[in-house]
Design a protein around this ligand. Sequence first.
Ligand code: ACO
Length: 430
Amino acid sequence: MKTNRTATITVDGKSFEFPILAGTHGNDVIDIRTLGAKTGFLTYDAGFLSTASCQSKITYIDGDKGELLYCGYPIEQLAENCNFLEVAYLLRTGELPNREQKFKFENTIKEHTMVHEQLVKFFQGFRRDAHPMAVMVGVVGALSAFYPEAAHFSDPEHRAISFDRLVAKLPTIVAMAYKYSAGQPFMYPRNDLDYTANFMHMMFGTPCESYKPNPVLVRALDVIFTLHADHEQNASTSTVRLAGSSGASPFACVSAGIACLWGPAHGGANEACLQMLEEIGDVSRVGEYIKRAKDKNDSFKLIGFGHRIYKNFDPRATLMGKVCADVLSELGLENDRLFKLAQALEKIALEDDYFIEKKLYPNVDFYSGIVQKALGIPTSMFTCIFALARTVGWTTQWEEMLDDPEYKIGRPRQLYVGAARRDVKPLDQR
Ligand code: ACO
């Protein structure tokens, strides 16, 4: 909202005033949308370190306090008291559902869990050893061919159906990606199970043996989904907004988000973290790897540490640590080698001056790989689980953007540092 305050920017001796906007929490912003027109200058902010790209009512992060709020509710309270679909409802509507709304929403999602049979053929076009995220990028993008009416996104009803379809079908598609890589038959969804138990059935059940969901493990995975549901304007969410700003199909936009999430600096970190723990192998080698992480001439980074926003602690990492302990205890794996190694690494890094000085703390991905491994999810599927959960945030943010009266196609500018204007010479003179 507008305040009475203004910021003055002086360029070449001339001063220009810009309004200051205030949010509910967090940094106020200088509204520089007229800067270029007024001054002829642009701002330079590679990596968006100081740029708010939109207004949003969905998620708030206080990186210094280690606070994460979904529509005002602390993540700890949501993880404790709500299931993932209640959180999905909250993110989309801004309010938690009452009993009747919860029942209705869960049933609506169940109505959309199956995918078109033709999509099976799409899977069959991939190599069995394709990375599941590569498959996900293709298959989720292909949904836009199955639901062309989603392009009529100015109609709120179409937007609602696209949201329901994406939330309902992502578990089916993720499970299909896994089954395809394992060479096992696809499992149809079971609507007598709740959202997360059904996902585990599609992942771990086979036609020869029905899967009996363990409530402790189902709850653990459901909390993982909640912790990953949204995280304000991170790289993949910004990608979805940017793709959506041109009017692309929501399925194509979510596919773009999946592509961005795949990278090891973002959602691929839990997979990379587990690979790093395997590479370290033993507590006795932790010191060597900490030394490498601190060496400027070594590209090695301690995966699962550091975050662009959280400079104190990542509240999701704290919750994930607890979920990890619950799952390992349920499965009798308290002495799991990688868990012990992760604990040792965390302890040493948290006491090290380099990590303290640079405010590098464990992030959500540090323990999530260990939990998922214990649940029986193969490493290559970890980022798909993240994508499944983040689809709620992506689709909600996409819809919020379309509802924003100030919405415009996203079009960053640049500081051009290439060759100065020159003329093309004929081939034999170059
Ligand atoms: N290990 C060692 N050093 C690190 C690490 C790390 N994990 N993370 C950051 N640093 C150092 C950087 O080298 C840099 O040092 P410098 O000041 O001497 O140049 C300083 O800390 C600041 O780091 P930046 O990379 O500039 O911080 P930024 O906010 O841009 O990056 C990021 C954050 C990408 C998460 C980074 O910390 C990282 O690569 N971590 C490892 C990967 C990871 O765990 N990603 C998951 C993020 S959570 C998520 O996406 C769900």
